[in-house]
Design a protein around this ligand. Sequence first.
Ligand code: IPE
Ligand code: IPE
Ligand code: MG
Length: 252
Amino acid sequence: MSTDPAIDSDLRQRPGLRIPRHLGVIMDGNGRWARARGKPRTEGHIAGVKALRRLVELCIRYGVGHLTVFSFSSENWTRPRDEVNFIFGLLRRFVASDLEKLVRNNVQVRIIGSRQGLDDSLQRLIAEVEAKTRANTGLQLVVAFNYGGKAEITEAVRAIARDVAAGRIAPDAITEATVEQALYTSGIPDPDIIIRTSGERRFSNFLLWQGAYSELIFVEENWPDFDETTFLRVLEEYAGRERRFGGIEAIT
Ligand code: IPE
Ligand code: IPE
Ligand code: MG
């Protein structure tokens, strides 16, 4: 019997829940999770990958359209070399072990972030994952890897400046849409929810532009402990939020 997840329409309709079109997650607290168990930080990152697998399955079953996960920030390079190497190795292992299943489950993968500092083999791997899943029409899994919101906006500004210098666009013709198209996330709707685990309450440079109107939900659990119960709590909390986007009435 296949255990592959599929959209479960009963779950989607569950009263009291609201399913976001796009869910963003700052997966934080792997190190603290490990420390609390007397284990090295690396064990926390391994457990974090398991939690990510669980969340991908939940998003498929509940019919979330896009899931963006923060897996390595442009500031995480300041960590000890061994930890950085371990996280990069984990990404490779995740692709090796999960790509086939992602393809089977109709998941489309996109990796956002700077390609600078990533070696050729990693860049090839990223291109391969994106190519092999490009035609998929189910959940879009966006992995923010070597990602920083300020770096993303800076790159976009550079690209637009090049267009201006080349006479392809006039400065006054630049709109919010021009900027959006120059971001890594071009074509992806803004996140409805941004979750941060581990009790921290900050963006840490995640989706600065795109998160302008996201509902922020902070959960106390460390990322490796994130499970269906936490997920449901988030969806319930989201259902209770009134989104006004600057107006005076809730927009659903
Ligand atoms: C999140 O967990 C994973 C990455 C940033 C790569 P941390 O490694 O930040 O864990 P804590 O915050 O130190 O507990
Ligand atoms: C944010 O977590 C980055 C990721 C989850 C990948 P950090 O642990 O790097 O953030 P700070 O340092 O606590 O702000
Ligand atoms: Mg952290």
